[in-house]
Design a protein around this ligand. Sequence first.
Ligand code: ZN
Length: 416
Amino acid sequence: MVSVTTYRARWIVPVDSRPIENGCLTVANGKIISVGDSRSPSAIDLGNVAIIPGLVNCHTHLEFSHLSSPLSPLLPFTSWIKAVIGYRQQHPDEVSSAIRSGLQESLRSGVTLLGDIATTGWTWSDYTAAAQQPRTVVFQELLGLTGPRVASQVALAQQPVESSEVPTGLCYGLSPHAPYSVHPDLFHTAVQQANARALPVAVHLGETAAECELLRHGTGEFREFLMSLGLWQADIFGDRSCREWIDALTELPRSLVIHGNYLTTDELALMAAYPQITLVYCPRTHAAFEHPPHPWRDLVELGGSVALGTDSRASNPDLSLWREMQFMAQTYSDVPHHTLMKLGTINGARALGCGHHAGTLTAGKRADLAVISLSPSGCENPTYQLLNAGHEVVGTMLEGNWAWTHDDFQAGRQLS
Ligand SMILES: [Zn+2]
């Protein structure tokens, strides 16, 4: 027999349509079957909460999820990169447990869909260890600037991954890391593989002014950094820009440009012409590295696609996409919360290839959702107040089942 459950809430926020006050959402067989204001006598009343679509974190590195605080120093950037490399070398056996921990933390922040960058030491089972996990696109990271390393990473990019070995709910992609860490031959192999195998791609691009200087002139902080590691390649830097990477991404069915803090207007315009390329803004990480204002609004105005990520605990205090959106609401106080909600839900779902199944509260989509407790004084208009301080994630549902609920929220309610 099909189990049908209806939930009532102070607000239902479908994201693709207007918020519904005192609305109901009905779930059956793991899917949303109706959203509206119809009153069902058997509805479970969740109280002074908002039901929203499950959040989508398009960019993180779960391997760092055991960190209790960001690595330091954050600046100069190459010192932070050195700290990241050092941490990886010191904790090679903690990758699996960190991924599992990060997935559970993500659930507690309302995240039901993730894009994760995986380096070494990971297995598919890390992403399926618990009964309830966010769906994840696992991007295999590719890093290599010099001969033997480039050859081994080209082989990794070319390694077939049969669909039969990818567990349900997961997806495989490639992540040539960044222009300062990836030889052009390796990057082009990754793009060619992604094109031939219809894989999503994620790249870090235009993250620092130093990266842009390295590409353009072959000078600056990154030159010194690469020389200190014995990785300097004089023939591959200079007379280049982020644009050549974006040009290559235009060939692909789906790709994510991570950060893009220093992309030029021309580069943003090129991305806007290819909406299958999504710019992923990581607000709190961007702020921690003290970059100038992020160009995400310019890309939106040009008609391009913008989604959100937390980046990892190596640069962020937690993995809460809800906190990222609340941070944005404070930083961009003139932007309606409704607009920010799109960035953290449907835009991210589309970027990860799940727009047909997730990202909005729409009949026929998976019942992946988050529940937000509202302040006792009320939330009169979610379009402008949903992300206010004090509003917290208290429950996360995956395909109609509660994957996590806060103790206070569960008390007194028949959530099972
Ligand atoms: Zn990253």
